[in-house]
Design a protein around this ligand. Structure first.
Ligand code: NAD
Length: 255
């Protein structure tokens, strides 16, 4: 049996026995939906300078350019559909009483795939925020961010909107971090999946190593794995292929 087959089988055993599951996702889970990753081949930061587009300084310098870029990315994400990995996680959300997805993605594909318990660590490309009041607005439904750039805020007084996205140099939304840490403190999950992330960011690494040290069965799903010894199992391949296989190995009779 190859390494991946053996790890699939071991993970399926753990999953079947688990009462709770934690999932951490990154750009790779949406790659098979056609949304480009950040750092990989064809990744966004290979073509743009991050500091020009995704930083408070870049926005202060040229807010219209930043909006133009996010508007273009949003159009591409609107065309994208949740893939088999998003849909498998949504089924687990239904199956497990204790379940949480913490995503670094801003595309909303977990929710569109049917998952309900999702924490967005880096914000959402579907929301805008008033730079003066901090009030959030749903793009399209509540505010138009395409016809005037930068879009004026409904708060008036010359205030503008910014994307509700965590940029380089900014801190994570405290309520998102608190929700994840509360889930950790409750200790009601036995298995954690780390899917499609290069785990390049400090707090992600801290979380993964904390879980591994606490004895949680950590499963990495990535064609180019990077967790090394912190992972109890490594499913080296595309998430859209391996998660459905894992699901049917764990529950062969389920529809
Ligand atoms: P990253 O680009 O640094 O890493 C992506 C990882 O996904 C790589 O390790 C790659 O090997 C892996 N991967 C590629 N295809 C895969 C597949 N089919 N199945 C499983 N894994 C696959 O992305 P990151 O770690 O998420 O960090 C970058 C930041 O980029 C995130 O904070 C996020 O906010 C932002 N981002 C979001 C989106 C999105 O919302 N879809 C897209 C690009 C970037």
């Amino acid at each position: 049996m190859s390494g991946v087959e053996e790890d699939l089988r071991r993970t399926a055993d753990q999953l079947r026995r688990a009462t709770g599951v934690f999932v951490l996702t990154g750009a790779g889970i949406s790659a098979e939906s056609g949304v480009p990753t950040f750092r990989g081949a064809g990744g966004l930061w290979r073509r743009f300078r991050a500091e020009d587009l995704a930083s408070p300084e870049g926005f202060a310098r040229d807010p219209a350019l930043v909006w133009e870029w996010y508007n273009e990315r949003r159009r591409a994400m609107r065309e994208a559909r949740p893939n088999a990995a998003h849909r498998t996680l949504a089924r687990w959300d239904e199956r497990f009483s204790d379940f949480l997805i913490a995503t670094q993605n801003i595309d909303g594909l977990h929710q569109r795939g049917g998952a309900r318990r999702v924490v967005e660590l880096h914000g959402s490309i579907w929301r805008a925020r008033c730079t003066k009041t901090g009030k959030l607005f749903r793009i399209d439904e509540e505010v138009d961010v395409e016809s005037t750039l930068p879009p004026p805020s409904p708060a008036g007084g010359g205030a503008i909107l910014r994307p509700d996205i965590v940029w380089f140099g900014e801190t994570l939304p405290p309520q998102a971090v608190a929700q994840v840490e509360r889930f950790f403190d409750e200790e009601r999950f036995q298995i954690a999946f780390v899917i499609g992330t290069s785990a390049a960011i400090g707090y992600i690494q801290v979380w993964i190593y904390t879980l591994a040290r606490a004895g949680v069965f950590v499963v990495e799903v990535n064609p180019d794995p990077c967790l090394g010894g912190a992972a109890s199992a490594t499913l080296a391949g595309p998430a859209g292929e391996l998660l459905p296989r894992l699901d049917s190995l764990a529950w062969p009779c389920a529809e």
